[in-house]
Ligand binder design. Structure first.
Ligand code: MF3
Ligand code: CO
Ligand code: CO
Length: 269
């Protein structure tokens, strides 16, 4: 899909979709507990999106070229699962970390966001991975303004994460988003400053770094969707949908349950 530039009216639609996606995570938060299955989280999210929000869970039956239709309404990626984990009947255990990725469609507009959750008390290493990945996402978001290039975003994320001893997954990236789930451009979470497409006001895209505690290499599972770390190390991911404004950016996927913006992000954006 080509890059689309959103009008103020389009942005208003995307603001609603983005907030709804984030509110699904708020709604799920108290349910992310020892003993709950990811199928139960999927069912809760599905019913909330369809019945309360009167929106559409975008993943359900999503079938981009070469993929079989995605069978569930959300993605649940536990521990060494990097992304696109399919909800199942396995219960969460104490110390698990889980990424829950929500995409809703409201009035034709997509909102896409994910957060990490820790089940009970997680290990120090797991907490650190989740925190570093959150900050890595914000290092990328904080770069966003007209005139910078996509490589500037990737470079900010990559240098931050690698500088702390973590690795960045290369095979999956952020993406333009709008009436389409995955539009151009691709937003790589690694790169060189001053390279790539120039960012312009009206673009909307996601920033969603996947950061591994071990090596960056991935493995695809036989279900055709689930991506895990090849070395079985833990992986984390956070995602926001961001609108490029004339002076900087606006994060569209915020709600009352969103964690605080890191202190290194300037308030002026
Ligand atoms: N929400 C994911 C993303 O951030 C895409 C999931 S596609 C699915 O781009 F089919 F697995 F849901
Ligand atoms: Co996304
Ligand atoms: Co997502």
């Amino acid at each position: 899909m080509p890059i689309t530039y959103k009008t103020e009216q389009d942005a208003a639609g995307m603001r609603i979709a983005g907030q709804l996606a984030s509110e699904v995570l708020d709604f799920l938060t108290p349910h992310v507990q020892v003993g709950v299955t990811t199928d139960q989280l999927d069912a809760l999210a599905h019913d909330y999106i369809v019945n309360v929000q009167q929106a559409i869970p975008a993943p359900l039956n999503y079938a981009p070229g070469g993929y079989s239709p995605y069978p569930k309404s959300i993605c649940t990626s536990v521990n060494h699962t990097i992304c696109h984990g399919i909800p199942n009947d396995k219960a969460l255990k104490k110390g698990d970390i889980i990424n829950i990725d929500i995409t809703v469609i409201k009035d034709g507009w997509h909102g896409d966001t994910s957060r990490m959750f820790m089940v009970g008390e997680a290990s120090i290493a797991a907490k650190r991975l989740c925190a570093v990945t959150y900050d890595a996402m914000w290092k990328g978001i904080a770069m966003v303004k007209p005139g910078i290039r996509l490589g500037d975003i990737g470079h900010a994320i990559q240098t931050f994460a690698q500088g702390l001893g973590f690795s960045v997954v290369r095979e999956f990236c952020g993406h333009g988003i709008g009436k389409g789930f995955h539009e151009d451009p691709q937003i790589l979470h690694y790169g060189s400053p001053g390279t790539g497409e120039e960012i312009k006001a009206g673009m909307v895209f996601t920033i969603e770094p996947m950061i591994n505690a071990g090596k960056r290499d991935i493995k695809e599972m036989p279900d055709g969707w689930t991506i895990v770390t090849k070395d079985h190390s833990l992986s984390a991911q956070w995602e926001h949908t961001v609108l490029v404004t004339p002076t900087g950016y606006e994060v569209l996927t915020l709600s009352t349950g969103s964690p605080a913006v890191p202190s290194f992000v300037s308030a002026s954006a």
